[in-house]
Design a protein around this ligand. Structure first.
Ligand code: HEC
Ligand code: HEC
Ligand code: HEC
Ligand code: HEC
Length: 165
């Protein structure tokens, strides 16, 4: 009985480990409603700010509207199945349910505006999104991430009032 229990436990452990491994490349890289590739758009020279217009002036970077996508895709590869989905969202006036990749907990106060104003590049915090097919968070946002850079760039490091609600 004993050896059998051990074998079962080992097999179960191995299964969990394999499950963990095969999931790794997609951790924090959710499958989106439309398989949008940053890399393809980046290579065509489309600027981040063209789609994430609010980053320089607001808390949120913002997401492009369905209409903005259709602005190009009425003409660019209009028959492609992933593009056909855009028409469904447009005709039913539903926003595309993009899944969040980057986020900080509710008690953290983050604002894009002062960072863009201070000249911090998107890629410093988000990684090279322009070379990603599927957006993925490679480095977790921890408090040290914020603090380390704030110290280096002489930004505020007093917690309440600046970074915590
Ligand atoms: C400024 C123009 C422009 C805008 C805006 C734009 N795209 Fe594109 N998109 C392109 C171009 C150019 C291509 C490459 C077409 C080709 O390969 O011939 C492309 C390719 C694609 C593809 C096909 C990629 C593949 O797998 O081959 C998808 C899907 C797509 N875009 C979705 C979107 C979505 C969703 C939006 C809105 C969030 C959007 N696009 C906004 C220009 C644009
Ligand atoms: C053609 C429009 C378009 C362009 C150009 C574009 N993005 Fe995006 N971006 C999107 C869409 C649509 C999503 C949501 C789907 C996804 O996550 O792939 C997104 C998602 C993101 C996210 C993840 C948001 C989250 O959920 O946390 C980041 C970060 C981001 N973009 C940064 C950038 C950066 C940096 C650039 C420039 C290198 C850029 N984007 C250029 C359309 C665009
Ligand atoms: C100082 C670090 C930092 C910089 C620089 C930065 N971001 Fe972000 N970004 C974040 C954090 C943190 C979040 C998560 C915010 C939240 O959970 O409310 C985020 C969220 C996002 C999102 C998700 C949607 C949203 O509005 O919250 C997008 C899209 C995005 N960033 C795009 C950009 C783009 C484009 C740039 C460059 C113009 C940029 N970011 C520069 C840290 C940064
Ligand atoms: C790569 C560097 C960098 C990172 C990472 C970073 N910041 Fe900043 N942060 C700055 C700079 C630079 C300023 C602007 C300082 C100024 O204007 O004096 C700033 C300003 C701020 C402000 C405005 C403070 C004020 O003056 O009122 C807040 C809030 C803030 N950051 C929160 C965060 C949080 C939360 C994180 C982590 C999720 C973070 N930051 C990550 C560099 C960074």
């Amino acid at each position: 009985m004993r050896p059998l229990a051990l074998i079962v436990a080992l097999l179960f452990g191995a299964f969990l480990w394999l499950y963990y491994l095969q999931d790794l490349p997609f951790r924090n890289a959710p499958q989106q409603a439309i398989s949008f590739s940053h890399q393809i758009h980046y290579e065509r020279g489309i600027q981040c700010a063209y789609c994430h217009m609010d980053a320089p002036r607001s808390t949120f970077a913002g997401m492009p509207s369905v209409l903005k996508c259709l602005g190009c895709h009425r003409i660019v590869i209009p028959q492609y199945p992933e593009i056909q989905k855009l028409h469904v969202y447009w005709n039913t006036q539903t926003p595309i349910p993009w899944k969040r990749v980057f986020w900080v907990p509710d008690y953290v106060r983050f604002n894009h505006q002062p960072h863009i104003a201070a000249g911090v590049q998107c890629q410093t915090c988000h990684g090279s999104i322009g070379s990603m097919d599927r957006v993925r968070q490679r480095v977790a946002f921890r408090m040290e991430t914020c603090i380390t850079c704030h110290r280096a760039m002489n930004a505020r490091t007093d917690c309440f009032g600046a970074c915590h609600h």
